[in-house]
Design a protein around this ligand. Sequence first.
Ligand SMILES: [Zn+2]
Length: 123
Amino acid sequence: MIQENESRKRGLMAHLSAQCSLCLEETPLKTSSFISKRGKSVDVNMRIVYHSIESGSGYEGLASVCSIMNMPCIKKTAYYQHVETILDALEVEAEIDMKKVAFFMCTPASKYPQKFFLLLLER
Ligand SMILES: [Zn+2]
């Protein structure tokens, strides 16, 4: 028998367990993994927040989807913590990309690193 433990739910992550009808042994069923070993955030919540940012639907859009699916939504405070984490990561990536572009725009092709040409040959 599959059971859901409502009190151990984390945002969109359900806490399910399967119980054997003969020996009553209970086995937890993992529905999402933790983002880091120390943190309490689960992967599914970060992913759904990322989707809401990319689609432009924001918290209201996510809350609406959760309502349609008849499931409780992530708390607004948790949502904005995820937004901050994602935006920080996107900012770091954007800066790295911009530095790469600046390098290739300001450097003559003859001074490109050898590995740049190897990457072109791989395509
Ligand atoms: Zn059993």
